[in-house]
Design a binder for this molecule. Structure first.
Ligand SMILES: Nc1ncnc2c1ncn2[C@@H]1O[C@H](COP(=O)(O)OP(=O)(O)O)[C@@H](O)[C@H]1O
Ligand SMILES: [Mg+2]
Length: 365
């Protein structure tokens, strides 16, 4: 656990980049710090591995002030990844990955073996080992940057806009890689981004900063979307936050309705779901004059999907109904209003819960 206690950083020219920041970064989880350009994100990160020192306040790591730890030891325990990879241009991919093990005095053989292992872990072909960074794509360079930061198995990963410089498709691949690695490795991660969508996708905890390094709100993505602390956070998380928060609600409490079904498209009259012999939905019948079936659209599984998937299924359905399947077999239908109604119900249940909780505190002896 890393704890910021009233941390302020004022640069010599008088710029206050971070103001009285108090924040707890839990171990083995991803904390994302997000905010507009110039709001003090990089300054905050650089204080964690003591490239910068706070002007006021302090940072603790597992209860012990960072200032009590030798800087060299500290940096070896913390991997650092920056935006454009930050690779050494005149070193091969393999030598880049082995930088820290080299500094730690590992043998050549051990460093090489570890570097090859990491090349594989970040999904790169071993054939790339002898290349130089300039001979790699942006996404490949970021993978090497992540591998290099992981080389000496650090306890903490500090990542400054690691996925900002690549196109959306590559970014999505890197997100998947990153979450997969984290499931395996469980590092304590502080990642920075200016992109709220990325923060919400990747963060177990998200801290939103405003200019001046002032903490606007910290919480789970769901908390930020559902209970923004003020207008700044509300504006920052975006107008479609209601729609986004659908993805945090499971679809298993939706009540499913009946709809006429058939295995014979030609004979259908009116909105009828077309099933195969195993009761798997295949399309909609009875919607067209010429009797030809229409595509099914997407479906959802109430036991594993969320309300957003259910709503998407309803909106892509030519019949205007989301088709629920269990083990691939037809389970029922839901209309879009029912999905949104479920969200409203969840919200009011939460509000009631909060009121009751407040009441019970007062009533306690
Ligand atoms: N070395 C420095 N000297 C003076 N001001 C700085 C220095 N580094 C950053 N700043 C200023 O501190 C503020 C925060 O910068 P930074 O932490 O880099 O923000 P971010 O990473 O959120 O874009 C900005 O106003 C920036 O201009
Ligand atoms: Mg920055």
């Amino acid at each position: 656990m890393i704890t910021f206690e009233g941390v302020t950083k004022t640069y010599p020219d008088g710029t206050t980049a971070v103001s009285d920041l108090s924040l707890t970064v839990p171990s083995d989880r991803i904390t994302v710090i997000v905010g507009p350009s110039g709001c003090g994100k990089t300054t905050t990160l650089r204080m964690v591995n003591r490239m910068l020192e706070p002007t006021e306040g302090r940072i603790l790591w597992d209860e012990e002030p960072l200032s009590a730890r030798p800087v060299t030891t500290l940096r070896r325990q913390m991997g650092y990844v920056i935006q454009s990879g930050g690779l050494f241009p005149h070193r091969t991919v393999l030598d880049n990955i082995g930088t820290v093990p080299g500094l730690l005095g590992w043998t050549k053989a051990k460093t090489r073996a570890r570097s090859l292992e990491l090349l594989d872990a970040v999904g790169l072909d071993p054939a790339l080992a002898r290349r130089f960074p300039g001979q790699l794509s942006g996404g490949q360079q970021q993978r090497v940057g992540v591998a290099r930061a992981l080389a000496a198995d650090p306890l903490v990963m500090l990542m400054d806009e690691p996925f900002s410089a690549v196109d959306p498709v590559v970014r999505a691949e890197l997100h998947e890689l990153f979450l997969g690695l984290q499931r395996e490795l469980s590092k304590t991660i502080i990642m920075i981004t200016h992109d709220i969508d990325e923060a919400i996708e990747l963060g177990d905890q998200v801290a939103i900063l405003r200019v001046g390094g002032i903490l606007a709100q910290a919480g789970t993505p769901q908390q930020l979307l559902e209970e923004p602390a003020d207008a700044f956070v509300e504006g920052f998380v975006g107008k479609d936050r209601g729609y986004r928060s659908l993805s945090f609600q499971p679809a298993d409490r939706l009540s499913l309705d009946e709809v006429p079904t058939t295995t014979d498209a030609a004979g259908a009259r009116g909105r009828t779901l077309l099933l195969d012999e195993d009761r798997r939905p295949v399309g909609w019948a009875g919607l067209r004059e010429d009797g030809r079936p229409m595509p099914l659209g997407s479906t959802f599984d109430p036991s594993s999907d969320n309300l957003r998937t259910a709503l998407d299924a309803a909106l892509t359905s030519p019949a205007g109904l989301a088709v629920a399947v269990r083990d691939g077999r037809f389970a029922g239908v839901v209309d879009p209003e029912a999905v949104l109604g479920q969200l409203a119900e969840h919200r009011s249940a939460e509000a009631r819960g909060a009121v009751e909780a407040a009441g019970s505190t007062e009533a306690a002896p």
